[in-house]
Design a protein around this ligand. Structure first.
Ligand code: FE2
Length: 329
């Protein structure tokens, strides 16, 4: 019988619980997201939300899968990277479940989980990943036992860039869809700072420049169009070089910003130019979710990766290239 793992995600605004089976079937994917009243995520407020919904989400996931907790073979949890107060809620719930029901506890890196759920749901084997979300922007590929970073943001992540821009322009959150909608009505691309340093990009200067132009009265549609084209062009340049360097034959878009249709079109063009097949994670698994933690938990458990509850501390800056991924060999 295939093993079954319950996974808990709580690194930012979403508390999610997923259940995955060893053969790759996702049996449940349930979540509740904290919505800030104004401004960005307040970690402590988000953590309070997670505490309040945790038990309901765990029960709902088991119900959706038609399972009892006794049927579960392991409890996986995202221990980082992410916001400390938020991560600690997931870790706390996971430890309790593991101890009370005598299940192995499985430490999962949130970034590894994003790329693994993308690999599972797109049937990709060994792609170059473009992982873009509110908390991360990285170009990732497997090499010698680990996922390696072939480019990343030097300051704010792409999703954060769009969300902050939307907020400052007075648009609803999450901002990327509204920016994309307004961008489609834009006519002129204005000149903005384009910052790529080696294999890394910087978005904070771009953000400041756009907000300055906004105060100067440049139409919001043109600003959104320019913001999107500049931000994606910078990313595309880095992805192109990474594809040429790694010689990967698949390009997979993962993370919450993978839902952007404009980004999908640009990445498809980049892939085609380098004879790579383009794939994108399905919307349901693009943002933070419990299923990705559960599925990565399956891969870890099959490789014998577990952790004792007392060692399961959260790591806010746990990088993807610090994690061994023996299942990729
Ligand atoms: Fe994420």
């Amino acid at each position: 019988m295939a093993i079954i793992v319950l996974g808990i995600e709580s690194s930012a605004h979403t508390f999610g619980v997923g259940i995955a089976r060893g053969d790759g079937r996702i049996l449940a994917n349930v979540y509740s997201s904290y919505i800030p009243r104004y401004g960005g995520i307040l970690p402590r407020e988000a953590a309070r939300h997670h505490y309040n919904v945790a038990h309901k989400i765990v029960i709902k996931a088991l119900k959706e899968a038609g399972l009892n907790i006794e049927d579960i073979d392991g409890i996986a949890v995202a221990l980082g990277p992410g916001m400390g107060p938020c991560l600690r809620v997931g870790a706390f719930i996971a430890r309790i479940l593991a101890i009370k029901y005598s299940k192995p506890l499985i430490p999962v890196n949130h970034a590894v989980a994003h790329v693994e759920i993308a690999r599972l749901t797109t049937n990709a084997k060994d792609p170059l990943f473009v992982y873009v979300s509110g908390g991360n922007t990285q170009i990732i590929a497997y090499s010698h036992g680990r996922y390696r970073v072939f480019g990343e943001t030097l300051d704010i992540p792409l999703g954060n860039f769009f969300d902050t821009l939307a907020r400052e322009l007075g648009l609803p959150q999450p901002g990327t869809p509204y920016i994309e909608m307004l961008a489609s009505k834009g006519k002129n691309i204005i000149e903005l700072p384009y910052v790529v340093k080696g294999q890394d990009m910087s978005y904070s200067g771009l953000l400041t420049a756009i907000l300055r132009k906004f105060k100067e009265g440049i139409p919001i549609e043109d600003l959104c169009l320019s913001a999107m084209e500049y931000a994606y062009a910078m990313l595309a340049e880095v992805v192109e070089r990474a594809l040429a360097h790694t010689q990967k034959r698949e390009l997979v878009l993962a993370g919450g910003v993978a839902r952007s249709k404009r980004l999908q079109r640009i990445m498809k063009l980049v892939a085609e130019e380098h004879d790579a097949i383009f794939k994108v994670v399905p919307d349901e698994y693009a943002g933070d979710n419990g299923a990705m933690i559960a599925w990565t938990g399956v891969l870890c458990l099959k490789s014998g990766i577990t952790i004792s509850p007392e060692d399961s501390i959260v790591r806010q800056r746990w990088r993807i290239d610090e994690v061994d991924v023996p299942w990729m060999q």
